[in-house]
Design a protein around this ligand. Structure first.
Ligand SMILES: Cc1ncc(COP(=O)(O)O)c(C=O)c1O
Length: 380
């Protein structure tokens, strides 16, 4: 495509315009090309190492969003594993105390095998992160964090002096590049599970790592090729289609999320609401400074116990009782029910707000909470 012509575009326009051919007669949308290999003689021979036109269109779009080079992967975890793959033996890794259990599991498995050591720091403890930057080989941040939605002071942490060669990685899945720009703050690499907001329809698994460091981008590509952690052609096609509407979906869903968070906070049966957009959130002031939008995920605790919270999940109808997040449909689950997440508050429900009508969502949620509570009171 003609990069010059599009270099001035805002995100909303880039999402629609990027990753298309400029050639007369070419299809308007890059086709789904399910090819493992290509006729030899041109630059492309075998898809695992050389890529496919479908992946490249998506990588152009995702790289352009963060003004870096994007490498897409088979899943968010594959992208994360490729970053860990860059570490020297005996490396020091720093992880947030609250983060996606998959990355915590990956880090713990590597530590058990003696590949690296791991330290966990509270997301909110900016001075501790600044100190860690001087010592660690991999500073791993996830912000807002999953599922407590703590927002890290990325501008301060990313500007802190780092050990030479250290990687500062930010899992930007919850924010998306529209709400947060880790590379602009000085992070080495920004990652997303494209399974979530980029795809946006709960119909694919994919990950992406974006960096402005040429050597790291080549190394990530090499890790992807050697591990065979390549995306599928259909997934890339769907992710590109999903990305076209990212700005609209995010805008609508985050408006819904703010409304629901405010209503939940006033609900007599709700004990606590965690949403970075609420002044009551512990990192609200950081969120105001760092994020362009507060996102679409709300975590809230109920008065009661796990049985009650499970009953609410089973009672909602419009909101689906399902894991994952960032899709057009609202989903909700009790996070402490997930193996490895037992440390979380037992009634904490993580709600990923979709693009439905906000009053329909509220009716569904409020009805389910009241019905489950009434049944609970009768039973005890
Ligand atoms: C914050 C975060 N990062 C990474 C991942 C992993 O992504 P994937 O499931 O695409 O491997 C998830 C999945 O839920 C996540 O929530």
């Amino acid at each position: 495509m003609d990069h010059q012509a599009f270099s001035h575009l805002k995100f909303e326009s880039w999402l629609v315009a990027a990753g298309r051919s400029a050639e007369a007669g070419a299809p308007l949308n890059v086709p789904l090309i399910p090819a493992s290999n290509f006729i030899l003689g041109q630059q492309r021979g075998y898809a695992r190492g050389d890529g496919t036109p479908t992946w490249e269109a998506l990588e152009e779009l995702l790289g352009g969003l963060e003004a870096g080079k994007a490498v897409t992967f088979a899943s968010g975890m594959a992208a994360i594993a490729a970053v860990f793959d860059q570490l020297p033996a005996g490396a020091q890794v720093v992880l947030p105390a609250d983060c996606y259990q998959g990355v915590a599991g990956l880090a713990a498995a590597g530590a058990t095998r003696g590949r690296w050591t791991v330290r966990r720091l509270p997301v909110e403890d900016t001075p501790a992160w600044v100190r860690a930057c001087a010592e660690a080989d991999l500073i791993w941040l996830e912000s807002p964090s999953n599922p407590l939605l703590a927002v890290a002071d990325l501008p301060t942490i990313c500007a802190a002096p780092r050990k030479p060669g250290a990687i500062l990685a930010v899992d930007n899945t919850f924010a998306t590049p529209l709400n947060q720009r880790p590379l602009d703050f000085g992070a080495t690499v920004s990652l997303q599970s494209a399974t979530k907001f980029i795809g946006g329809h709960s119909d694919l698994l994919m990950g992406v790592a974006v960096t402005r460091d040429e050597a790291l981008s080549r190394a990530l590509l090499q890790s992807r090729t050697l591990a065979g952690a390549t995306p599928g052609a259909l997934e890339a096609f769907l992710a590109l289609r999903g990305a076209r509407t990212l700005a609209l979906r995010l805008q609508r869903a985050q408006h819904n999320a703010m409304t629901l968070a405010e209503r939940l906070e006033k609900h007599p049966l709700v004990a606590r609401v965690r949403y970075p957009g609420l002044p009551s959130h512990p990192t609200h002031l950081v969120a105001r400074r760092v994020l362009n939008g507060f996102g679409t995920i709300i975590s809230f605790d109920l008065h009661g116990d796990a049985t009650l919270a499970d009953a609410v999940c089973r009672t909602v109808k419009l909101i689906r009782h399902a894991t994952s997040l960032g899709a057009v449909e609202s989903t909700m689950e009790r996070r402490a029910a997930i193996p490895g997440q037992e440390h979380l508050p037992p009634t904490l429900l993580r709600l990923s707000v979709g693009i439905e009508d906000v009053d329909d969502l509220w009716d569904d949620l409020d009805t389910a909470i009241r019905a489950a509570q009434a049944a609970y009171v009768r039973a005890v």
